[in-house]
Design a protein around this ligand. Sequence first.
Ligand code: ATP
Ligand code: MG
Length: 276
Amino acid sequence: MTKDCVNTRPTAEEQVAILQQQLAHAQKLTALGELASTTTHEFNNVLMTIINYAKMGMRHKDDATRDKSFQKILAAGERAAKITNAVLGVARNRSDSFEPTDLRGIINESLVLLERELRKYRISVESQLASVPPANAIGNQIQQILLNLLINARQAMPDGGQVLIKLEYDSANDMIDLTVRDTGSGIPPDKLRRIFDPFFSTKKGPDTSGKGGTGLGLSACRNIIETHRGRIRVESKVGVGTAFTIKLPTYKKPTVTAPTVRSSSASAASHQPDAA
Ligand SMILES: Nc1ncnc2c1ncn2[C@@H]1O[C@H](COP(=O)(O)OP(=O)(O)OP(=O)(O)O)[C@@H](O)[C@H]1O
Ligand SMILES: [Mg+2]
């Protein structure tokens, strides 16, 4: 008796879809890993400050030293609260829905997370944040892009440098432009073509802060920008620096249409929603 032979091997297209899913998963895990390592480092620094000033206040009982210790402990505690808020911001936004998004808030939250790390590598940050309309975006994903771009910028400046973050409204296209510019190594033209490819990296694995080297950062940025119907552009000059600009659509209130009254004879086929 012959058995029916069912071909269960995935087709080439199915294999591509599976690999794309795995890639998206790897990109998410890398982003979470970077966020966890950034937060842990920052938190540890805050705790060290609190512990050291508490010890100082206990050792020196004069009012002046105790006042100073309490002030430092209070400031460190407030910073700890900001850090958890910045992380909770990511968690709160974890729904995959687009909503009116305040990009300034996201930039400031991302800077809270990286402030100390950037200072440690002697990188100064300048923000030029114009007041812009809300973007139509998934805030959590935009924060992921920003962290990726800022960490890349930091890694391109091993001897220190400057980062400029700019937020502008492009009225001609009704889009919001977010630029991250650094004064780092720059990217030679032969590499520039490949930087958005998954797994393309010129780094030799994680650096002293435990970051970098998988080559998934910019490919994730590009995927996110595509889902946002935005654009990402890069300009770079070796020895001068690099600027990434992302363009995001502004949020549009959904237009309210008057409810349609269906007659009972209307066929279902004539009421199919428009394909997006
Ligand atoms: N601001 C920058 N200045 C110079 N080179 C950059 C910059 N941003 C990206 N690159 C180059 O593009 C490559 C790809 O960047 P990408 O963020 O995708 O991966 P990665 O940083 O190497 O690893 P990770 O997955 O940890 O982000 C980098 O290895 C680096 O060569
Ligand atoms: Mg990177």
